[in-house]
Design a protein around this ligand. Structure first.
Ligand code: FE2
Length: 454
């Protein structure tokens, strides 16, 4: 990981550029950099981290995302200069209940279900629902207590968090919006993301999540393990896939609000709340490399087959959360974006396969080429450890007979949260009206073509 100390390129990123929203926020660009930023001039101490008295009489505080002694290339920490230290953003905690937000291990071996599963889009809430109340976990994997594994959830909400802040101590959170734009006001600044973009929040970072539209829906991957990072590119070389310059980290932004707030913390799968008399989003300046970031998936530069056959889908990995075993990710975040299909005398869709990794898929927009029917934006599918899957009957027949001319696969963005751990389905997911009871029928019409003759 490249460590560069200094602001790399502090510029005004105008979202009009993508034709999305008339909303401008400032970002710094690059992945894994060591940034510095201040919302008030002179707020950042120079030449040291912890002066006797900080500028503006702020408090200095270190936020560590790795053990102090972690090797330099994975050592992550930031220095925050805030109106009050974080000990003032805690209090006596009371238990809270968000029964649909689950954390591994949460499955009941007596009621385990095996099979390939798919869900229709999950409905928007009818009552006033904020982000935290609108999370519905579909799968959990591994064990949060050992910092291994993940959870895949849907968020769906229609109310902004105005006086509530949320901290997830269990996991780094990857947001994949599907409907509506949202603003993540983190301790370290504001990020605006829309469908087609993602955001990553570090473990333990406070955030308020607001709506831009009337409602928002999307996917979350909670990562209990080592942080997401860019995958090695091997023989691909120094360019393509997700390029570091396209990642955006917010500049410092803060609230100086002395009004009641409710702080909700997720910790080892349980939820707790405490009352504050002020907003804890009070970081006026910061520097470091333990940071939130966003990324436009449309800047991903795919690399794929130009002759025959096609590589494994890992070629489309945007981010990976490594484990102790080389090449065996706790989570791979993989996308299937717009691209050209040009391979000759080959079967172009994903091949039939069984996989030791467990694959949770979602669709942001368009159609997925292996499943043109039944897999729709806002829905999901799960193909778990060693369970066979692949194109449905029509997709196989069509791809087997198709004229193999160059084809642009357009207006599509599917993604996968793939884990080394089996993903266990939650009770909510199994009992949801969105569960497609006939999903496995998509393979029932696959014909036997073999007749013993060449
Ligand atoms: Fe697969």
């Amino acid at each position: 990981m490249l460590i560069i100390f200094n602001v790399i390129f502090n510029y005004k990123f105008n979202l009009k550029f993508y034709g999305i929203w008339n909303m401008s926020l400032e970002y710094m660009t690059g992945f894994g950099n060591d940034f510095q930023t201040e919302a008030l001039p002179g707020a950042l101490p120079q030449g040291q981290n912890s002066p006797q008295i900080c500028p503006y009489k702020l408090y200095a505080e270190q936020l560590s995302g790795s053990p102090f002694t972690a090797p330099r290339n994975i050592n992550e920490r930031s220095w925050l200069y805030r109106i009050r230290p974080s000990v003032k953003h805690t209090g006596k905690y009371e238990k809270e209940s968000f029964p649909f937000w689950k954390t591994a291990p949460s499955h009941d071996p007596e009621n385990m279900s095996l099979g390939q599963f798919r869900w229709d889009p999950f409905p928007f809430p009818k009552e006033q629902t904020d982000f935290i109340s609108g999370v519905r976990t579909l799968t959990t994997a591994g064990d949060v207590n050992t910092h291994n594994g993940m959870a895949a959830s849907i968020y769906s909400f229609n109310k902004s968090m105005t006086s509530t802040v949320f901290t997830n101590s269990d996991a780094e959170m990857l947001f994949v919006p599907e409907t509506g734009s949202i603003v993540l006001f983190t301790e370290m600044g504001k990020m605006h993301i829309s469908p087609g973009e993602i955001a990553v929040l570090p473990r333990g970072m406070m955030v308020k999540i607001s709506l831009i539209d009337k409602f928002a829906r999307g996917y979350i991957c909670e990562n209990y393990g080592a942080k997401l990072t860019l995958p090695d590119r091997g023989p691909i070389g120094a360019n393509c896939l997700a390029n570091p310059r396209d990642f955006r980290t917010p500049v410092a932004a803060f609230e100086d609000i002395d009004e009641n707030h409710n702080s909700i913390v997720k910790w080892c799968g349980a939820f707790f709340s405490t009352s504050l008399k002020h907003s804890p989003l009070d970081v006026v300046a910061w520097h470091g490399n333990y940071i939130p970031y966003s990324y436009d998936l449309r800047t991903f530069s795919p690399v794929s087959a130009v002759s025959f056959d096609h590589p494994d889908p890992s070629i489309y990995s945007v981010l990976t959360a490594p484990s102790e075993s080389d090449g065996t990710a706790n989570i791979d975040f993989v996308i299937f974006p717009e691209r050209w299909a040009v391979a000759e005398h080959t079967f172009r869709p994903p091949w039939y396969h069984r996989n030791i990794m467990s694959e949770f898929m979602g669709l942001v927009y368009g159609q997925y080429d292996a499943k043109p029917e039944g897999f729709v934006p806002g829905g999901a599918s799960l193909h778990n450890m060693m369970l066979p899957h692949g194109p449905d009957a029509d997709a196989f027949e069509n791809a087997s007979k198709a004229e193999l001319k160059p084809v642009k696969i357009t207006n599509t963005l599917a993604f996968m949260f793939e884990s080394r751990f089996p993903q266990h389905i939650t009770k909510f997911a199994m009992e949801s009206d969105s569960l497609q009871s006939d999903y496995v029928e998509c393979w029932s019409e696959i014909k036997k073509h073999f007749d013993g003759k060449l």
